[in-house]
Design a protein around this ligand. Sequence first.
Ligand SMILES: [Zn+2]
Length: 512
Amino acid sequence: MADRTIIGLVILLNAIAAGVLYQRFHDHPQVQLLESKALELYHTLLPPKTPDRCGAIKWPAYVLVSDRVVFPDGVRPGAVYISGSKIVDVSENTTVDMPHVLNFKDAVISPGVIDVHIHLNEPGREEWEGISNGTRAAVSGGVTTVIDMPLNSNPVTTTLAQLEAKKARAKVKAFTHVGFWAGLVPENAANHTVLAELVAGGALGFKSFMCNSGINDFGNVGRQDIAAALPFLKARGLPFFVHAEVVSPVETDPAADPTAYATYMATRPPKFEQDAIRLLVELLDADATPAAPGFSVHIAHLADAGALDMIKAAQARHPITVETCAHYLTFAAEDVPNGQTQYKCAPPIRGSANRQRLITAVASGAIDLVSSDHSPAPPSLKATDTGNFLKAWGGISGAQYLLPASWTALEGAGVDLLGLARLLSEAPARLAGLAGRKGKLAPGYDADVVVWEPETRTNTSVALNLHTHKLSPYTDVPLKGKVLASVVGGELMALFGNTNKQPCGTLLLKRD
Ligand SMILES: [Zn+2]
């Protein structure tokens, strides 16, 4: 009798818990979407104890089903079996004999997006962007892993102690997985002990600037610094992220209107990018250290399509990877309105013919991947009061829009859903040394998943912008690709525009 009472009580408690969960899914403004279209939520009883789950789904194991699962080799109806933090199986059989199934019908189930270029600026400049807001915005846009830049936090991440400070914060505040690039600066470029400490502390690779970074304690590297660091980076098989612009005197019109975008663009011509890439190739040619797998000189945020031929020629001799950003594929200089400094970044957004060449290069594989280079700053630093492009901080806010902006730009160039997953998940995972662990929907991989509707327009209104600052060139831009759900390491972190209350992200550290 006592046993039956306990069982009855457990069933009752489970039913209440299930009701709460169900209510949570209903507790958002898009409830009709739930009823009508995207999601059938089947569940019987929740398990009696669910101590390990942090996300909105409390089941230890569950299955995601849809008519369009992006498998590593193609898109087909399928089921993704998740247990704990891992994908334990994938199947083309959509008849699932399990109690906990989320059927997303004709929505697409893709590997979670990995944004290898984001500035979370914590500690020290949380008023620009922080780990909580930055990763919450990212996860609401389908990004499940971010790799944080060593600046503009204060201090910058150039020593182990500084990396540890970031790790401690990310561990308790992140809504996505967070990895770290360490800074390679003149102070540590030749000090391989400091570099090795950063790697031992979990840094996935290094980032340098070849021009003024805008941050005083993150100096730019020159020829000697890069030459001193290359043997270490190559021997250890580490990616070397480079902001490739070498600044030289340019003739500009001192009377030009500083609120005109063209005035800013003239100060950073394509030559800066080409000179930097030429120097990098020269330094690679001069270094005889054998490169271990994993090493590449990674050209961050390529804006100038004119540099692609030079890169292609050098790739025959050296591991060089290339990234561009969603904003270079979305916007064109001719369309930037006067005074709208939210478009300012470095290198600058260039003309529409250049944009088209970048899109073609991404579609053909000449550019390896697309990132957000999310790098916001407070409106005062963006000179929003004067609209002065020459005074405004350079950096675009857009982590939340990486997936829809990339899709919108690339779909017309022949990139399909599998191609997009390769650009936004698989190639970024490879760059960061995470291949075999992330970037695909396959057994044994981390359960990082985005569920989205490629045909549906996403809402880019300011009201739904979750970044710390709402100023973004993507505001009200018609982007296709609406994210329905994001799963981070098995934890449901976003559903229908709602994000999980608790941050359930984990640290992503280098494993040797
Ligand atoms: Zn950046």
